[in-house]
Write a protein that binds this ligand. Structure first.
Ligand SMILES: [Zn+2]
Length: 401
């Protein structure tokens, strides 16, 4: 039982009458004698809409038949006549994207020598893979202008049915036999296609080429047509004006201001690092003077942090080990971490010593002979590690982050 596909001859048909021919056992799939609903095929997504008052959530191409999948089990009976309404905003949008793709594929092949390898129509943007090794930003802009000139030229688009054996001038040879449905853009393209298209290129509306990126073998070009191109441009304009507001500037000045801000941040970061080092030197000197060396002349420091990454206090450890024979342990309760540094004259391998101490408490870590870092499973393990490294927590000094 074949479904008569009304969209083949009239892609603009949105309301139609039909007779129910069959309903699936679960009452979710309805088959009609004729339909204006487009099923997912040839890359073009299916229509949505209403059928006899029920919502159509999917349309499936089942060879000769078109299945209308309903949101709720159907109460329709075989033989009943009904009306169907295709959700037009969605369909026309897909017609714009699909026809735009024909135009772009033709233009890329004819002007740039890049045949289209594959096409994907997405919910937000669509993509076209072309056989090009790379596409520069300038070429993309040039191609976008050409595409829009072809839109403005308002070429007529027609559908004909031709015998596959005799059809000539097709952009891509079809492996189908019998009757072919051929979509032609006057002076531009002839392609075998079963999808829905607009009548004239002018109806595609503006075409926006969003970008090009290398895939493994080809180049993927992201594009938007018609209402989508305008919506995306509106979205971009909003983002840009919101950003401009942050700078209290005009949108055209944003790139330069962002660049200046980036340079300023880098400069401040350099200043901050210098200040942290200066502060660490002062802090280290005070701690050194307040600590008594053991009988071997070795000073043992334990810096206890209640919060903050131990790594942030590496400058202090470095400043201390630069002053003379000592070992420095820095522990933090949040995030849990330990840092262990030893001075050149200490004859203690920081990496090995810390790794051994951590292994006992189920922690992990390591590093060089002079500087090592690690983590422990819980805060109670920190005092244990300190004891094993010969620094006693009770005599430790604390440092606010
Ligand atoms: Zn098509």
């Amino acid at each position: 039982m074949m479904t008569d596909r009304l969209y083949y001859s009239d892609a603009y048909l949105r309301d139609f009458t039909a007779t129910v021919r069959a309903v699936s056992d679960d009452a979710r799939r309805v088959y009609l004698d004729r339909t204006a609903f487009y099923p997912t095929s040839g890359g073009q997504p299916h229509d949505l809409g209403q059928l006899g008052g029920a919502s159509v959530v999917d349309v499936v191409d089942e060879d000769d038949q078109v299945a209308h999948v309903l949101a709720e089990p159907s109460t329709l009976n075989v033989g009943q006549s009904l009306t169907g309404q295709v959700q037009w905003t969605r369909r026309f949008d897909l017609m714009q994207q699909h026809t735009g793709q024909h135009l772009l594929s033709a233009m890329f092949a004819d002007h740039y020598g890049w045949p289209t390898v594959s096409v994907h129509f997405g919910d937000e943007t669509s993509t076209l893979d072309v056989a090009a090794s790379s596409v520069s930003a300038n070429t993309l802009r040039d191609a976008e202008q050409r595409a829009n000139a072809l839109v403005t030229a308002n070429h007529e688009i027609t559908v004909t049915f031709e015998d596959a054996a005799r059809a000539t001038g097709l952009r891509r040879a079809s492996d189908r036999r019998g009757m072919l449905r051929i979509v032609s853009i006057a002076e531009l393209d002839r392609s075998a296609c079963g999808g829905t298209h607009v009548h004239r290129t002018g109806e595609i509306g503006s075409i926006q080429l969003r970008g090009a990126e290398r895939t493994k073998q080809h180049t993927r070009i992201e594009f938007l047509c018609g209402v989508r191109a305008v919506s995306r441009a509106r979205h971009d304009a909003t983002l840009l004006s919101n950003t401009a507001r942050l700078f209290s500037a005009a949108v055209d000045d944003v790139p330069v201001l962002a660049e200046q801000l980036q340079a300023r941040v880098a400069e401040l970061e350099r200043d901050r690092k210098r200040l942290v080092t200066d502060l660490a030197l002062l802090d280290a000197r005070a701690r050194w003077d307040n600590t008594t060396p053991d009988t071997n002349g070795l000073r043992r420091f334990h810096v206890v942090l209640t919060e903050g990454a131990v790594r942030e206090h590496e400058p202090l450890a470095q400043a201390l080990t630069a002053l003379g024979p000592c070992v420095v342990l820095i522990t933090s309760a949040s995030p849990l971490g330990v840092l262990f540094a030893t001075a050149d004259g200490s004859r203690i391998d920081a990496g090995q010593t810390l790794r051994t101490a951590l292994a006992v408490v189920g922690g992990r870590g390591g590093g060089s002979a002079r500087l090592a870092q690690g983590s422990v499973p819980d805060a109670s393990a920190l005092a244990n590690v300190a004891g094993r490294l010969g620094v006693v927590t009770s005599s430790s000094s604390s440092l606010s982050p």
